[in-house]
Design a binder for this molecule. Structure first.
Ligand code: AMP
Ligand code: MG
Length: 386
């Protein structure tokens, strides 16, 4: 059995080759850049007004209004001393503008403009290049494209962007007791839910499951399914059948197929019987069957690898420190990822921590990471934000 840190390092140490693909910038959110973005222009590209108001030449209390600039007006307008022009937000400021005054601080009488209050040179002017200069490094390869990233790339005039291709993923669930939701349960059976939860987690984090398959606890069928999926996927996920029961065939089948074990069993709760292996450049996670274990292991171990395979230079979920809302004792000798509810001031460990229980996980927005021992209310603990 290895520690959580050792397991994470082993996952992180695996080489990945990131394939590139070009996507329209409006489809790029949730991808990672595989090109460096350098600004091909100054941003903003021209001096423009930050307000609806008046562009002024010189600093006085009265001006003569000589015209108007609307946003998008491309003509070259010019002011002379003591003159003003009506201007709107985003409008190109006329040549010789000293300041823009917001319209709320003016009074207009026919063609003359009176300033109410103080004026300052340069006020309310967004200067050319004030945000980005020409040839400035904007983003580097590996950057996650969030909505603002996509917006900024678009504002540099790019309509296509080069990103990492997402890995191809398959999911095999194992278990004789499992039946599809929507069908009738016999005594002794339960509904298969791990593939739904893992597929949902994949979707939520911007990945797709190419194929899902359920196999019975049978060595030959398990082997066949694994072999078939390994013909096409970059990463294969399995659920269940990886523990030490007489009907747990996944590990043996993986060995037989030539998948090399990187690690098996991690000192953690939940998710001790976690398996990670590789075959060439393909990776295999056999996730424990218990629902909370499989989802937790997905978030902690699988997601960072998927992100790295997609070109990410920063992986994993956000981590924060928070004060415990209650005293808590973590029994046993394994550190735990506990289903928890995090708010702005504290974190509450939820009831229902069993590794088979997901109702508490459904109500959680974080996993509190605790070492074995006794904790007091107010103790600061690490939390992983879900
Ligand atoms: P296993 O690791 O196969 O021994 O499974 C451990 C526990 O998780 C058993 O109680 C299984 O019934 C349950 N389990 C395994 N796979 C699933 C699944 N896909 N959906 C729901 N429960 C599962
Ligand atoms: Mg099983």
């Amino acid at each position: 059995m290895i520690t959580i840190d050792e397991a994470l390092q082993l996952v992180h140490a695996q080489p990945v080759s990131v394939l590139k693909t070009t996507v329209p910038v409006d489809q790029s959110v949730g991808h990672w850049l595989t090109e460096d973005i350098v600004s091909p222009l100054e941003l903003p590209p021209f001096d423009n007004s930050a307000m609806d108001g008046y562009a002024l030449c010189g600093l006085y209390s009265e001006y003569q209004i000589i015209g108007e600039v609307a946003a998008g007006d491309t003509s070259n307008k010019k002011l002379t001393d003591g003159k003003a022009m009506r201007i709107f937000t985003g409008g190109k400021v006329p040549e010789n503008t000293t300041a823009v005054v917001m319209q709320e601080k003016t009074e207009v009488n026919g063609g003359s403009l009176t300033i109410v209050g103080e004026l300052k040179e340069n006020q309310n002017i967004r200067r050319k290049g004030g945000e980005l200069s020409l040839n400035q490094d904007v983003f580097s390869t590996g950057k996650y494209i969030n909505p603002a990233t996509a917006g900024l790339i678009a504002s540099l005039g790019k309509d296509m962007v080069i990103v990492g291709q997402k890995p191809t993923i398959s999911l095999i669930s194992t278990g004789n007791e499992l039946v599809k939701p929507g069908t009738t349960l016999q005594e002794g059976q339960i509904y298969e839910s791990n593939s739904i939860a893992i597929d949902s987690a994949l979707q939520r984090y911007g990945f797709a499951c190419a194929e899902k398959e359920h196999v019975l606890d049978d060595y030959e069928s398990t082997k066949q399914a694994i072999s078939k999926h390994l013909e096409s996927v970059d990463i294969l996920l399995l659920s269940g059948g990886i523990s030490v029961g007489d009907y747990d065939f996944v590990k043996k089948a993986l060995e037989e197929i030539g998948v090399k074990q990187v690690f098996y069993k991690v000192a953690q709760k939940p998710g001790k019987p976690l398996y990670f292996g590789k075959k060439g450049q393909q990776y295999v996670f056999a996730l424990p069957g218990n629902p909370a274990s499989s989802i937790t292991c997905f978030h902690i171990y699988v997601l960072p690898l998927l992100q790295r395979m997609s070109g990410a230079n920063e992986t994993g979920l956000q981590r924060v420190a928070s004060k415990l809302a209650q005293g808590f004792e973590l029994k046993g000798d394994r550190p735990a990822f506990l289903k928890a509810k995090l708010d702005y001031s504290e974190v509450t460990i939820l009831d229902g921590q069993g590794s088979s229980m997901i109702h508490s996980l459904a109500n959680a927005n974080a996993l509190a990471f605790l070492q074995p021992g006794q904790y007091q209310k107010g103790d600061v603990v690490k939390c992983i934000v879900l």
